[in-house]
Design a protein around this ligand. Structure first.
Ligand SMILES: [Zn+2]
Length: 280
């Protein structure tokens, strides 16, 4: 089974210390894939510091030199992978950049090239801001040769005429009917692959995460933990974890304790693991 960690919202506003506090120890054992905003707009996302929130100013990643240096080193050492997380991320009136926005093909192309040059790396995965994407967004990432961190679905851009999409759609429906949430495979849809994450947030419950984890082990599938470094300290109501960070670290320990688990970056999992169609 593959295990990977996806962390969203690294941007100009991220201090290297915040990432180091969250992942310094974790990345001694395996990589963390960071979804990075190239030109962060200070809107109403919780990842934007309160002092900047709703200023609507735009901040390029390169303006935070200490962070760029930290990321370049971490990526070169294989501790981090860079993924593209939108272009500006926040839009006025809670509009979703890759669901309601325009000019998305250019934004994906430019955002990808910008991060690749700045961080000296190759971007393989796109993570949509607020997990929201539509048909134009999907076409934009496919044209740029990227895979999707998340699942779009029929209502958000999968081509309804595609037999593979219909097959996956039917399979997901059956899973939901059987009470199975989460999705322990990489999906092979026309032009790109998609990988669902298991949200590790203040509302998440460790026991549910472990249930998904065990299903993925049983199927030799994939478990992708999706989290935010900026809410690691937040308390949770879950009786089995004290904070969001504690929830993630417990999953990491579970992954490390099992010899069947292969811990890789999200990009490596998506480009290397067998798609759903090949599963029994
Ligand atoms: Zn985000």
């Amino acid at each position: 089974m593959y295990f990977c960690i996806r962390d969203d919202d690294t941007s100009f506003f991220t201090a290297p210390d915040e990432l180091e506090r969250a992942y310094g120890e974790v990345t001694k054992h395996g990589p963390v894939s960071l979804a990075i905003i190239p030109f962060c707009r200070a809107g109403n996302s919780k990842g934007v510091p309160a002092a900047y929130r709703e200023q609507w100013s735009i901040h390029a990643l390169e303006e935070n030199g200490a962070l760029v240096e930290y990321l370049r080193r971490g990526i070169a050492e294989g501790r981090y992978e860079a993924m593209l997380h939108g272009y500006h991320h926040d839009e006025l009136e809670h509009r979703r950049e890759f669901l309601h926005g325009t000019d998305l093909a250019r934004k994906v192309r430019e955002g990808k090239r910008y991060l690749e040059q700045l961080l000296d790396t190759t971007i393989r995965v796109f993570v949509p801001p607020h997990n929201a994407i539509g048909k134009e967004g999907l076409q934009a990432i496919t044209a740029a040769g990227l895979h999707l961190g998340g699942v779009a679905g029929m209502r958000h851009g999968w081509p309804w005429w595609s037999p593979s999409c219909l097959g996956i759609w039917w399979h997901l429906r059956r899973r939901r009917k059987n009470g199975l949430d989460g999705l322990p495979y990489v999906l092979d849809v026309p032009g790109h692959k998609e990988l669902a994450g298991t949200p590790i947030t203040p509302a998440a419950v460790l026991r549910k995460s472990l249930r998904r984890f065990d299903e993925a082990i049983g199927l030799d599938g994939v478990f992708c933990a999706a989290t935010h470094y900026w809410e690691f300290g937040q308390p949770v109501t879950d009786p089995d974890a004290t904070t969001v960070g504690d929830h993630l670290y417990k999953l990491v320990r579970r992954a490390m304790a099992d010899s069947k688990v292969r811990w890789q970056s999200v990009g490596a999992v998506m480009t290397g693991s067998p798609p759903l169609g090949k599963r029994p």
